[in-house]
Design a protein around this ligand. Structure first.
Ligand code: FMN
Ligand code: 173
Length: 391
């Protein structure tokens, strides 16, 4: 069993020798430092959400509105006996946490996705590789250990979707996460203000440029000239999103792979039921970090009814707003089996590469582990709604 709380001891012991951590210890400070350090365009793209950004705020506010009721002396075990491990969609994880799929990470670091995959794998948690990765999935897989899933942006071209799913399966992904909430990009004022969309510079389209089906749609290989690359980018723009997807399309993915399939971006219990009826093994309750529908329900407020609707027959995951160990406990107590962790580790990546991702993940894991113990919880299965105060 991994005792993540040891990270705290290491830091205090280092302090005795005069060492203090080089990177900030909270998600808010990671964001602040990234604001001061990253290019304006990279920071806008990562930190930005859609329109008034009120959904991004409400994701975080929803967590702040829940209260954990610590139960001391209830038989909590010693730190090294605490068991945070879970199995989700057949993947064994040292804690119920995976890095969220985040596209275009090459904007903040070279060698981005291999760094994220190997950082998560080193800590025993999972990672979800975005379709919009800056490195082709076959080149990320060798660094990502056993616990990585592939996120699919289902393009307008079904043959391309099939090819991406087959490639991810062949490369060793353990699950396919189909994102439902992005048939197109939301209205993002921060990026609009800078007139900046990374893909138009061919950033984040490595999985397409390396795909035989995508390449078969091009008259000229993109490497041949700047003009051919421009045509490839415009071809990508034309086929990135798919407005025609329906729950029954889950059945198609299941013909392309034996891996479990989850649908990401579910916010209504009836939609969760529909995709699970169509064969999804999991749903990810998410509003995409507030980057799509501004004014959307927060992911945490959407979670309970969805867990009630499908929790007994599908894995229920959540993202959007996780910023601390307590947030993970609140999500699990509200019906999630695991969470995706988003922006904070992206800031870590931008600030210090792989070491920054490891740092951000350690902070979350140590906080989660220690807070579990202090709340009188020894294992994940003990976390249920009774952990939270009535509202
Ligand atoms: C910069 C950025 C890029 C993202 N790219 C993707 C992506 O490629 N695929 C996807 O399904 N979700 C993507 N997301 C959404 C995340 O997977 C996740 O839902 C979101 O970050 C959760 O919100 P939080 O980071 O505020 O906690 C992206 C989010 C950010 C911030
Ligand atoms: O920016 C995003 O939120 C996102 O999900 C995305 C969309 C298209 C390509 C890459 C990432």
């Amino acid at each position: 069993m991994t005792y993540f709380g040891n990270f705290q001891n290491e830091i205090y012991l280092g302090g005795l020798g005069g060492a203090v951590p080089e990177l900030p210890m909270t998600a808010a400070e990671l964001e602040q430092q990234a604001r001061e350090t990253l290019s304006a365009a990279a920071f806008a793209y990562i930190a930005g959400s859609s329109s008034t950004e009120r959904t991004a705020r409400s994701n975080v506010d929803a967590f702040a509105s829940r209260r954990i009721v610590p139960r001391m002396w209830r038989g909590a075990s010693a730190p090294d006996a605490r068991d945070l491990s879970v199995e989700v969609l057949g993947t064994r994880l040292a804690a119920p946490i995976l890095t969220a799929p985040v596209g275009v990470l090459g904007m903040v670091h070279t060698d981005a996705e291999p760094s994220v995959g190997s950082a998560a794998s080193e800590l025993g948690i999972g990672s979800v590789l975005s379709t919009a990765s800056s490195t082709a999935l076959e080149d990320v897989a060798p660094s990502s250990g056993e616990n990585w899933w592939f996120q699919l942006y289902w393009p307008a071209d079904h043959e391309l979707a099939e090819s991406l799913v087959r490639r991810a399966t062949a490369a060793g992904a353990k699950a396919i996460v189909v994102t439902a909430d992005t048939p197109g990009m939301g209205w993002r004022p921060r990026d609009l203000t800078l007139g900046h969309l990374p893909f138009l510079k061919a950033e984040g389209i490595a999985n397409y440029l390396s795909d035989p089906v995508f390449r078969s749609r091009l008259a000229t290989p993109p490497e041949e000239s700047a003009e051919a690359m421009q045509i490839a980018v415009l071809t990508w723009v034309g086929m990135f999103g798919n407005h025609t997807l329906r729950p029954s399309d889950v059945e198609r993915v299941r013909q392309w792979t034996d891996l479990p399939v989850a649908v990401k971006g579910v916010l209504h219990p009836d939609d969760a039921r529909a995709v699970v009826d169509a064969g999804a093994a999991g749903v990810v309750v998410s509003n995409h970090g507030g980057r799509q529908v501004d004014g959307s329900i927060s992911s945490l407020d959407a979670l309970g009814p969805i867990a009630d609707a499908v929790g007994d027959r599908a894995a229920v995951l959540l993202d959007s707003g996780i910023r601390s160990g307590s947030d993970v406990i609140v999500a699990l107590a509200s019906g999630a089996d695991a969470v995706f962790y988003g922006r904070p580790w992206v800031y870590g990546l931008g600030l210090a590469g792989r070491a920054g991702v490891v740092h951000a993940l350690w902070c979350l894991l140590a906080d989660f582990d220690l807070t579990m113990g202090l709340a009188g919880l020894s294992s994940i299965k003990e976390i249920d709604r009774s952990v939270l105060a009535d509202r």
